[in-house]
Design a binder for this molecule. Structure first.
Ligand code: FES
Ligand code: FES
Length: 140
């Protein structure tokens, strides 16, 4: 089906042209960063989010020292979370990424890395805001 082909091309695209590679200013109080590793293979992913005053993720960047599936997963995740609230972004499951990219079961942990990374970045953001004495509850 034409649609399957289109979809397939989109997946390949994430491998070949990963989106939002890079990093954000870690000293910015509105930036949270998550650094996670996959025990299964030792691959590492760093994901940073920029949060606006409404609690919406306005920018996101990642660096992955890992396999192609981990790179595609993080690329996919960055596109998925941009414009979402922290709550919405934190609720994304790795299975959604794995299905979206048609990852084989053996590559499931690669999508978990992206899932863990966004959760760690959100946690770091909240921690930083609280420590900065300007703790707010975005989205409420
Ligand atoms: Fe470990 Fe992909 S093989 S992250
Ligand atoms: Fe989602 Fe670990 S796979 S938090």
């Amino acid at each position: 089906a034409p649609q399957t082909r289109l979809y397939h091309e989109k997946v390949i695209d994430h491998y070949e042209r990963p989106r939002n590679v890079g990093s954000l200013d870690k000293n910015d109080i509105n930036v949270g960063s998550g650094l996670v590793g996959a025990p299964a293979c030792g691959d590492v992913m760093k994901l940073m989010i920029q949060v606006d005053d409404k609690g919406i993720i306005s920018d996101v960047k990642f660096k992955t020292f890992g396999c192609g599936s981990a790179i595609a997963s993080s690329s996919y995740m960055t596109e998925r979370v941009k414009g979402l609230s922290l709550e919405e972004a934190g609720a994304i499951k790795n299975t959604e990424i794995a299905q979206g990219l048609s990852l084989p079961p053996v590559k499931l942990h690669c999508s978990m890395l992206a899932c863990d990374a966004i959760k760690a970045a959100i946690k770091d953001y909240h921690k930083k805001r609280a420590a900065g004495g300007k703790a707010t509850k975005p989205g409420h």
